[in-house]
Design a protein around this ligand. Sequence first.
Ligand SMILES: *Cc1c(COP(=O)(O)O)cnc(C)c1O
Length: 423
Amino acid sequence: MHQPSLPHLLAEDPDLAGLIEAEAQRQHDKIRLIASENYVSPAVLEATGSVLTNKYSEGYAGRRYYEGQQNVDPIELLAIERARSVFGVEHANVQPYSGSPANLAVYLAFLEPGDKVMGLSLPMGGHLTHGWSVSATGKWFTPVRYGVRADTGRVDMDEVRDLALRERPKLIWCGGTAIPRTIDFPAFAEIAREAGAVLAADIAHIAGLIAGGAHPSPVGHAEVISTTTHKTLRGPRGAMVMSTAEHAARIDKAVFPGLQGGPHDHTTAAIAVALKEAARPDFRAYAAQIVANARALAEALVERGFDLVSGGTDNHLILIDLTGRGVPGKPAAQALDRAGIELNHNTVPFDPRKPFDPSGLRLGTAAITTRGLTEEHMPRVAAWIDEVVRAAAKRDESVLARVAGEVRDLLAAYPMPGWAPAS
Ligand SMILES: *Cc1c(COP(=O)(O)O)cnc(C)c1O
């Protein structure tokens, strides 16, 4: 049963309760390597499922448009104070509904429609909201895109500088969704200064590593920092925009009333809980273990002949280029999922294949580290991935069920926060 169990939901809507229970079991039984996912704590789950979902509180603490904010104001102020303390920033807005709206708020704060924005190209590891063509940010603004070097798989800072000085964007994004290497915030800051652009660091993927001291911080380099709260930071689905004091008012105005109505107070509370957890010494150990696991997994994959973009990883994320393995990303990811190993297919830099069936696989170690797996388990995980990718190349289904059983057996010893199977 769910912990806590869901008796009311079961009585009211057994179909839905059954689906949630099945999802809990699925999360329990699989090695979850989707780099943007995690398992939140029972405390974060409780805050997310609380009566705060009943409240409306447009505005900011002390300046609301609805009455009855006696408890919501201190909740939001607590979340803000904890964000300022964990990240060492002057200002934090904790109201964005998710990462994409948070980034849109950054555009609204600094750009007019048609203005130039520079970001890492999506197929090279950037995010849709950094000016990709199908995103509103690529349609309503004028995108300039940088990439990674073909020989190193790393962002080419010379290219970034040349482009920035030639194109003079108003806003430069650093960060992305598939970057396995440390982001050089000081170098980006220098380029932005030279080009007269605002530098925004999108730390959605690495926020937990930064909070835990396992990745350098953009504070002091990027004037604006956006992040989701649900990836390595291990909080609820939500986001924050942080900034220097100088930009505080324009960021707040852009989030509300610029883009959003009432904040999701249950999410705000859960963000506050997650930030309290992130401030504890054991979170530093967690962040370090995420990186140690990724490094160990990358090494074990390389030993098995896998080609990794940039040759390895500095953070939680690994990008495998399957070119030469006889199977593209999508069928490989589907076979791995049937074998109890959940990840996503991904483009690799200079991918010759189409985005819905690209050449790569993206893996992250945040969730399995929460489960308690360590470096000693990574050679086994790499061996399973190798075996299943070989099986997928031969369209051999027989090994998948066996691996799924082995995965379940391993994970049975590593409890999942918030849920346990019926005993
Ligand atoms: C996940 C992510 C986002 C968007 O977050 P959503 O909550 O999915 O909208 C934005 N930027 C980066 C770099 C991300 O990884």
